[in-house]
Design a protein. Structure first.
Length: 360
């Protein structure tokens, strides 16, 4: 199979982890007889340095013309970076929001499961971990607060900032359908998360999710308020299968869900729309404090590459091979520093990539 892949190394640890994911993909291509053509584009702070904007239209066009996009991470330290004393639409993260919108990637899938080998890294008590957990957060990605109108102005001499949270029923319906579809392939449980005791957008969310649920009688659906969900994640994570939620709630809950797996460095994500073109990225950020030290965990990006093979190219066998190689390396006791524990063998970013590629 011939596939055109856009690579976005981005900022911070992005270039290191994307390099390792490409190493694993190259091994897959060699072993299974595929041809992956890569085109690199700039996004985030590196694009600001080069072009003055976080993502150029030319770069978007390249991404649109490819079969899939693999991203490392974008952004620097908010607060002390030269990239942040500018309007919000010129900051590194705006590049990410722009590519999601331009590619119409409204559905963000973030799996969070606990590897048996990493139970020691899980911050929860053994009695809470129980038999472990395996959930997917289905986050709406192109609506809500992140894309609503915003402005800052002086009102009666007082600085006032406004963000707007808008959803229409079509936006809710299409993400709900994705959530139920994925639940059908899993344990058939959807927890729809909102703040319907306060927000109008959440009340519409609940109504539309209920309508969609009628088409999936086999799926058990529960509504849960977002504050309760944040608590349930650390009290009884095993109860969740698919968490279906809007953009900002999903942003926050997915960091929480990933952290209880032991390390945010393990979790992949896929952003999908109506077509096969998807964007795949680790759930974690650019970790500027450890950039360039060859200590970052590349596993989340490598697993994101596996999701790319599965969802954009339908290469399930190849995706399985990557996932099995990751599990094997963990079983053999190799760990990057973020998931290191006693008796294990610590390894660098590069070494981890080598080990996984070798076991593919
Ligand atoms: C994420 C990130 C982004 C988001 C930021 C960088 C804009 O936190 O992918 O979760 O909030 O979507
Ligand atoms: Mg986030």
């Amino acid at each position: 199979m011939d596939c055109k892949i856009t690579l976005i190394p981005g900022d911070g640890i992005g270039p290191e982890i994307v390099r390792e994911a490409k190493k694993v993909l190259d091994r897959i291509a060699e072993k299974y007889g595929h041809k992956f053509d890569y085109t690199k584009i700039l996004m985030g702070g590196c694009s600001i340095d080069e072009y003055g904007v976080p993502l150029t239209d030319e770069a978007v066009a390249i991404a649109k013309a490819s079969d899939a996009v693999l991203l490392g991470a974008v952004g620097g330290n908010v607060g002390n970076s030269k990239w942040y004393d500018v309007a919000p639409n010129l900051r590194p993260e705006a590049g990410l929001l722009k590519i999601r919108k331009e590619l119409e990637l409204f559905a963000n899938i973030r799996p969070a499961y606990l590897y048996k080998e990493l139970q020691d890294a899980c911050p929860l008590k053994p009695e809470i971990i129980g038999d472990g957990f395996d959930m997917v957060i289905m986050r709406e990605l192109t609506g809500g607060l992140y894309f609503g109108k915003r402005h800052t102005e002086e009102v009666d001499g007082v600085m006032t900032a406004t963000d707007t949270l808008t959803y229409n029923e079509d936006e809710i319906r299409r993400i709900a359908i994705k959530g139920f579809e994925i639940a059908m392939k899993r344990r058939k449980k959807v927890t729809s998360v909102d703040k319907a005791n306060v927000l109008d957008s959440s009340r519409l969310w609940r109504k539309v999710v209920k309508e969609v649920a009628a088409d999936y009688p086999e799926v058990e659906v529960t509504d849960m308020l977002v504050d309760n969900c944040a608590m349930q994640l650390v009290m009884n994570p095993g109860q969740f299968d698919v968490i279906l939620t809007e953009n900002m709630f999903g942003d926050i809950l997915s960091d929480e869900a990933s952290m209880i797996t032991g390390s945010i460095g393990m979790l992949s994500s896929a952003s999908l729309g109506k077509t096969k073109l998807g964007l795949y990225e680790p759930s974690h950020g650019s970790a500027p404090d450890i950039a360039g030290k060859d200590i970052a965990n590349p596993i989340a990006t490598i697993l994101s590459a596996a999701m790319m093979l599965r969802y954009s190219f339908d290469l399930d066998k190849e995706a399985d091979a990557i996932e099995a190689a990751v599990a094997q390396v963990l079983k053999e006791g190799y760990r990057t520093v973020d998931i290191m524990s006693e008796g294990m063998t610590q390894c660098s970013t590069t070494k981890m990539g080598d080990l996984i590629a070798e076991r593919v």
